[in-house]
Write a protein that binds this ligand. Structure first.
Ligand code: AMP
Length: 219
């Protein structure tokens, strides 16, 4: 396997993909590409794409494949992606994975690691309902497990912490159903390609990170 870090992080909502992606990006000096962050930024900016995407996101549904694939295709052309990247929250359907294969084939490139973070459903619900996100920098907290130093404020940038609309209980159930139906089949897809590695996602952030880096150091 090539040593290049073209990484996909797979896992249900609340598995800790975002948190781990930030740490992986820092360690290997590669960009984190989070389609959820890109879409939330577009929604906050009120662009046409953002407004359209928000309708799906607020329901816990997936944004149509062609929209998300287009965003990723564009992002992968940026020069900071030339030595690797970490895809967080993409692909989320087999169609997106196939589209990604085509995009990378054209560049003579390919995914080198797929890490799946596995967490039980009860724990996911507990994590998601307690999650708070910084409006300014996107950093995530948990009201019980990882509270900010000062209530309602981001430790890093002092931004306001809020609960994402899609982290409310009703929407979480929909997101988990969508994950089981549309995203879980990807685990099989990448297993067949011999790329998928699994990491158990319960425990401390650093503990999980060290399990992920072990996988990423395998050659
Ligand atoms: P996330 O921050 O990854 O949990 O994504 C939040 C929401 O953004 C999801 O529930 C979807 O509505 C949308 N989204 C993010 N990534 C994708 C994707 N790859 N395909 C479709 N929708 C996505």
């Amino acid at each position: 396997m090539s040593n290049k870090k073209n990484i996909i992080l797979l896992g249900p909502p609340g598995a800790g993909k975002g948190t781990q992606a930030v740490k992986i990006a820092e360690k290997y000096n590669i960009p984190q590409i989070s389609t959820g962050d890109i879409l939330r930024r577009a929604a906050a900016a009120g662009t046409n794409l953002g407004k359209e995407a928000k309708k799906f996101m607020d329901r816990g549904d997936l944004v149509p494949d062609e929209v998300v694939v287009g965003l990723v295709d564009e992002r992968l052309m940026d020069t900071d992606c030339k030595d690797g990247y970490i895809l967080d929250g993409f692909p989320r359907t087999v169609e997106q994975a196939k589209a990604l294969d085509l995009i990378l084939d054209e560049k003579g490139d390919g995914i080198t690691y797929v890490v799946s973070i596995d967490v039980d459903e009860d724990e996911l619900i507990e994590r998601l309902t307690g999650r708070r996100t910084c409006r300014k920098c996107g950093k995530m907290y948990h009201v019980a497990f990882e509270p900010p130093k000062s209530e309602g404020k981001c430790d890093k940038c002092d931004g306001e912490l809020y609960q994402r609309d899609d982290d409310k209980k009703e929407t979480i159930t929909a997101r988990l159903r969508v994950y089981n139906e549309k995203t879980e089949p990807l685990i099989e897809y990448f297993s067949k390609k011999g790329l998928k590695r699994s990491v158990h996602g319960s425990g401390g952030i650093d503990e999980i990170f060290s399990k992920i880096t072990e996988v990423l150091e395998e050659s």
